[in-house]
Design a protein around this ligand. Structure first.
Ligand SMILES: [Zn+2]
Length: 160
């Protein structure tokens, strides 16, 4: 809605002149556009927080692959799987730069599948690092929801 600064009539966003008094709506539209842009920017900032969580998963995955291999917790196959997943998260981390929404969705799916598979093989793994797991899931879910809102917002307002 564009509220006319002269008569306070609420006009549709597409109008250039107030349908009540005929006054120009250019100033109001410009102010609205600035507000829209900063809101869209803020949403995008929320999506970009996923990058930190994805990077953390990548680093932990690689660090634990090394530690667990050296302490014989996992065999070579286990190490290769862990390093592969670490590499995949590192790739998603890099992808966040160009497409944070898609990268967050893939990261959440991969992260959930990875820990679900662990839990099926050995149910006692569920509680391992549970706070970290919850943290990662919460950050990714929030990022995805912000990303979807951002997309909707930009589309609704016809922003590029
Ligand atoms: Zn007016």
């Amino acid at each position: 809605m564009l509220t006319c600064s002269q008569c306070l009539h609420a006009n549709a966003r597409t109008l250039k002149f107030c349908e009540n008094c005929g006054g120009s709506l250019a100033d109001v539209a410009a102010a609205e556009r600035v507000a829209d842009e900063s809101e869209a920017e803020f949403m995008l900032l929320e999506v970009k927080k996923a990058k930190g969580a994805i990077g953390l998963v990548a680093i932990l995955q690689i660090v634990f692959a090394v530690i667990w291999t050296l302490t014989d917790v996992v065999d070579t196959t286990g190490m290769v799987v862990m390093l592969g997943l670490g590499g995949a998260f590192a790739g998603l981390w890099a992808w966040c730069r160009s497409n944070p929404l898609a990268a967050s969705i893939v990261a959440l799916l991969l992260f959930a599948t990875m820990h679900l598979a662990d839990a099926i093989v050995d149910p006692s793994t569920i509680k391992n690092g549970i706070i970290l797991k919850i943290f990662v899931v919460v950050v990714l879910v929030k990022a995805i929801s912000a990303g979807l809102k951002h997309r909707e917002f930009v589309r609704e307002r016809g922003m590029a």
